[in-house]
Design a binder for this molecule. Structure first.
Ligand SMILES: *[C@@H]1O[C@H](CO)[C@@H](O)[C@H](O)[C@H]1NC(C)=O
Length: 118
């Protein structure tokens, strides 16, 4: 009986460890889905920039202005929104125009932020 109990305990401890491990930080970034039209991305980007994303890096003469494309700018805005709001339930969705990636989309001096969960 004692061995069964201790086996059960071991299993429980292993499961707990597993769930802690699967929560372990892997960096996830939110970017624009290339299949979406620019006007849809633009609309979603404007929404993101006024609902939690920090979009000042996208202005002219700022590090993320180039490449000056809607898709690149939308990716930056979506990621910023996602990183800033994921801990309070924000998601990487944007009328399905966004997707998550583990690849860091940063380029040159344009750094895509990654904020770990607290
Ligand atoms: C950036 O892109 C917009 C939209 O395509 C264009 O109107 C503008 O002239 C571009 N600016 C520069 C500096 O390339």
């Amino acid at each position: 009986m004692a061995t069964i109990l201790s086996n059960v305990l071991v299993v429980i401890i292993l499961l707990l460890r597993l769930s802690i491990c699967s929560d372990a930080q892997f960096e996830d970034y939110c970017i624009a889905d290339e299949q979406y039209r620019d006007d849809e991305l633009m609309y979603a980007m404007k929404w993101a920039c006024s609902n939690g994303a920090e979009c000042s890096a996208l202005e002219e003469n700022k590090p993320c202005f180039f490449p000056n494309t809607t898709k690149d700018h939308a990716s930056y805005a979506f990621n910023s929104y996602y990183q800033n709001t994921k801990h309070i339930g924000g998601s990487c969705y944007f009328i399905a125009a966004a997707l998550l990636t583990a690849l860091n989309p940063s380029h040159a001096s344009c750094v895509f932020e990654y904020i770990p969960y607290p």
